[in-house]
Design a protein around this ligand. Structure first.
Ligand SMILES: Cc1cc2nc3c(=O)[nH]c(=O)nc-3n(C[C@H](O)[C@H](O)[C@H](O)COP(=O)(O)O)c2cc1C
Length: 200
């Protein structure tokens, strides 16, 4: 890398037609972009042409942009709505495209819902998934409650309380991602792959 910025990948959790979580994801992405110590990339499930007859890591190489971004990433942010107290299927399908590429990298989780829980249950259901992937979750989630009222039609935030929450969320992600990057570079583990080797 030509600079020392932390690489952060933001993945939106749904491709639903009238998704409101997109507002939260795009707003948080702008917050990541404002940070001088972060280089951020946005990934939208609509851009993944997932096959109907195959699944999992075997097809991961068919998504080189995603694969390369995760290999280069120090941290991942998942912004997802809660569907029937769980995560959208497409989010899981995308996460399942890779495995070793995630190991010992930070992940921050953001839940979104129409009601008062702000996706707390989807965050709980995602935790065992990201742990199995080798990701390391932060503890400062963001919960977007009542998402229908949080943004105007242009996607501007209407509740200033989220500014402070986003700052705390990003600070913690930066700490975890920095620490894990140091660990990957300085502490041997059989799980650490040579980046170029992984991307072959
Ligand atoms: C299939 C489906 C299931 C849902 N299940 C829940 C749920 O379990 N809990 C909840 O708080 N909201 C649920 N919602 C409502 C979402 O909170 C609402 O759609 C919100 O706008 C965030 O999702 P979106 O990004 O798809 O718009 C559900 C919505 C859909 C489409």
């Amino acid at each position: 890398m030509s600079d020392n910025k932390l690489r952060v990948v933001l993945l939106l959790g749904t491709n639903r037609k009238h998704r409101k979580s997109e507002n939260a994801a795009k707003w948080l992405f702008r917050k990541l972009e404002e940070r001088e110590d972060i280089s951020a990339r946005f990934f939208d499930p609509r851009d993944f042409q997932l096959p109907h007859d195959h699944y999992g890591m075997e097809i991961g190489q068919q998504f080189p942009e995603w694969k390369e971004a995760v290999i280069q990433a120090d941290g991942i942010v998942i912004v997802t709505p809660e569907y029937n107290h769980g995560y959208p299927g497409i989010l899981k399908s995308i996460l399942d495209l890779l495995l070793k590429e995630y190991i010992h990298k930070a992940v921050g989780l953001v839940g979104v819902s129409a009601g008062s829980w702000g996706g707390t249950r989807v965050i709980e259901t995602l935790l065992p998934v990201v742990r199995e992937l080798g990701l390391v979750p932060t503890f400062t989630d963001i919960n977007f409650t009542k998402i229908g009222t949080r943004f105007d039609e242009e996607g501007n935030l209407l509740d200033e309380a989220y500014e402070k929450r986003a700052a705390a969320f990003i600070d913690e992600l930066v700490w975890m991602a920095t620490t894990l990057r140091w660990g990957r570079e300085n502490v041997a583990s059989k799980y650490h792959q040579d980046k170029e080797q992984v991307s072959e």
